[in-house]
Write a protein that binds this ligand. Structure first.
Ligand SMILES: NC(=O)c1ccc[n+]([C@@H]2O[C@H](COP(=O)([O-])OP(=O)(O)OC[C@H]3O[C@@H](n4cnc5c(N)ncnc54)[C@H](O)[C@@H]3O)[C@@H](O)[C@H]2O)c1
Length: 519
């Protein structure tokens, strides 16, 4: 009986293991069973952290290795060196504090692009955030965390190479991309910029990893929007078809097992993520890099224990039409008295996850490094909701805080299916011990609690005019027409459309129980 989800991983998975001998990487496919040295002997490694072991076969498992210490997230590598690209962002800063509090050695890179793009919209983070210098001081003062930060544009390969050599990260979390679909649809300049920044940044990083830190895990952020929403209702598997999937055509049958599933991106931003997917997949094939490609659902919320320690540690929170994600924006609209904006039918179903749960997912992935050559897609969501359900929930929680919230249907500025099925398979995170802990209502309550504080309401008032979408996929720049205004009890979630189906086996290999700790 294992105690931790990663007990049985071995040196194969560990970034401290340096492969030795004349190993032919190219001949190995994706299976470690075929991984032999060119002379035909056993593959040997040296351990960067335990040089006294000399050369040995990579068979020590994590439960036997003193470097992998037990924690509530499974075993974690002692003082593991993590590099967060995009550390100044919504997720990057939150993760930096979380990992720092867990004892990771945290380094980070950012070029403050996000701050500039939000200014370009005429907006700002409504939760005040400090400069990076002040953030780092606050992290030290309140959480005793040291953060090694460097201002670098990921596209600047020379500078990034120097930093990689200095830090020698064992895991790289790559958040440093433009995260906005509407921003990529503004005009040709914006579309080209987004694709250049995202696609070429990641491609350059892959080459640097090959040459400088091939043992490190790359955790790359993609999006559930890469898949689109297939109207056939076909399940969204984690990147690849399962072994028993078949294609029937013209009286003949083929196995689809192991083939990448079709992608159907819904903006030029999403296209950049699909391109990343192929580039990362290829790099794992060609050079035996290892990666988790995270198909990230929409993240909402403001809370982790670390962020809540002091106001100086808060992460950014945007509500404008370019950078405000839907739940975050709805809560701001509720406080400002702007009816919550459903695009078109409001029957669109999306995958969501609370900020705190998303951060736990990242720790779980970091605790389970892939083997050399392993490219694994992770669907990172904890619930599937219709947008009208999200609006109704925000309105209901808003009422608890004394807000009279209305909901409006407006013309849809995007080109997307407004009524569609959605079935998502999310097995890889539960297999690594993840269990969602934060319900939609709970996090929305936390958001109202923070955003309705006086100093934040004043900031919300200032950016009020940036909330309603004016960026059309057609190229138009205009206010959408209002199609109807409703009170929350007039919104019938069960009427019309489809229900999202999420396959997330929560009683799988989970061992550590939060409930036990919380008793
Ligand atoms: N937040 C979500 O709901 C969500 C959902 C799906 C996917 N994602 C993905 O997660 C990642 C992080 O999202 P976020 O919400 O934290 O976005 P963010 O914009 O707040 O964070 C990204 C950070 O990367 C930095 N950056 C961008 N390009 C850079 C470059 N070339 N060099 C250096 N720094 C650069 C930005 O300045 C910013 O601080 C993105 O890749 C995004 O596409 C986020």
């Amino acid at each position: 009986m294992n105690t931790y989800h990663n007990d049985r991983l071995t040196c194969w998975n560990c970034p401290s293991a340096i492969l030795r001998g004349n190993v032919d990487f190219r001949a190995c496919g994706q299976s470690m069973r075929r991984f032999t040295s060119m002379e035909g002997g056993d593959v040997v490694i040296e351990c960067e952290r335990r040089p006294e072991l000399g050369h040995f076969e990579p068979t020590i498992n994590f439960s036997e290795c003193p470097q992998w210490k037990p924690t509530k997230y499974g075993r974690l590598l002692d003082n593991m060196r993590v590099l967060i690209l995009g550390i100044d962002g919504y997720l990057g800063w939150t993760l930096a504090l979380k990992l720092g509090a867990l004892g990771f050695e945290v380094s980070g890179v950012d070029n403050f692009l996000r701050r500039r793009m939000v200014r370009e919209k005429g907006s700002m983070s409504v939760v005040p955030i400090a400069s990076m210098e002040e953030r780092i001081k606050a992290a030290k003062k309140y959480l005793d965390i040291d953060i090694n930060f460097r201002k670098i544009d990921v596209l600047n390969r020379d500078k990034l190479a120097d930093f990689l050599k200095e830090v020698k990260p064992e895991v790289i979390v790559h958040y440093a991309e433009v995260p906005s679909a509407p921003y990529s649809m503004v005009d040709a300049d914006h579309a080209i910029f987004v694709q250049k920044n995202n696609v070429l940044g990641t491609l350059g990083l892959l080459f640097l990893m090959r040459d400088i830190v091939p043992e490190a895990t790359l955790i790359k952020l993609g999006t559930m929007g890469e898949y689109g929403a297939p109207l056939t209702g076909r399940p969204l598997f984690e990147g690849f078809f399962p072994a028993d999937a078949v294609l029937l055509w013209n009286g003949r049958e083929w196995s689809l097992g192991g083939e990448m599933t079709p992608r159907d991106p819904v903006s030029f931003y999403h296209v950049s993520k699909v391109q990343d997917t192929f580039n990362v997949y290829e790099a794992c094939k060609y050079w035996w890099l290892r990666s988790y490609d995270v198909m990230q659902g929409v993240i909402y919320g403001v809370h982790t224990d670390e962020l809540a320690t002091d106001d100086k540690l808060r992460t950014r929170f945007d509500v404008d039409e370019w950078f405000g994600t839907v739940v975050n924006r709805f809560v701001a609209q509720a406080i400002l008295g702007i009816p919550l904006t459903l695009y078109g039918e409001g029957e669109q179903i999306r995958g969501f996850i609370a900020l705190e749960d998303a951060m736990e997912c990242m720790v779980r992935l970091i605790s389970s490094p892939p083997e050399p050559g392993q490219y694994t897609v992770v669907n990172q969501v904890s619930g599937l909701y219709k947008l009208k359900t999200i609006a109704k929930t925000v309105a209901e929680v808003g009422a608890e805080f004394g807000f009279d919230v209305k909901i409006q249907r407006i013309e849809n500025p995007r080109v997307e299916s407004e009524v569609h099925p959605l079935e998502v398979v999310a097995e890889n995170l539960p297999e690594r011990g993840f269990r969602p802990r934060v319900s939609l209502e709970r996090e929305i309550r936390r958001m109202f609690d923070l955003l309705s504080r006086k100093h934040i309401v004043r900031r919300l008032e200032k950016v009020k005019d940036t909330i309603i979408p004016r960026t059309w996929w057609s190229g138009d720049k205009r206010d959408p027409k209002v199609l109807g205004v409703y009170s929350p009890d007039e919104v019938r979630e069960e009427e019309g459309g489809f229900r999202g189906i999420l396959h997330m086996p929560l009683d799988s290999v989970f061992v550590y129980r939060w409930e036990d700790e919380e008793k």
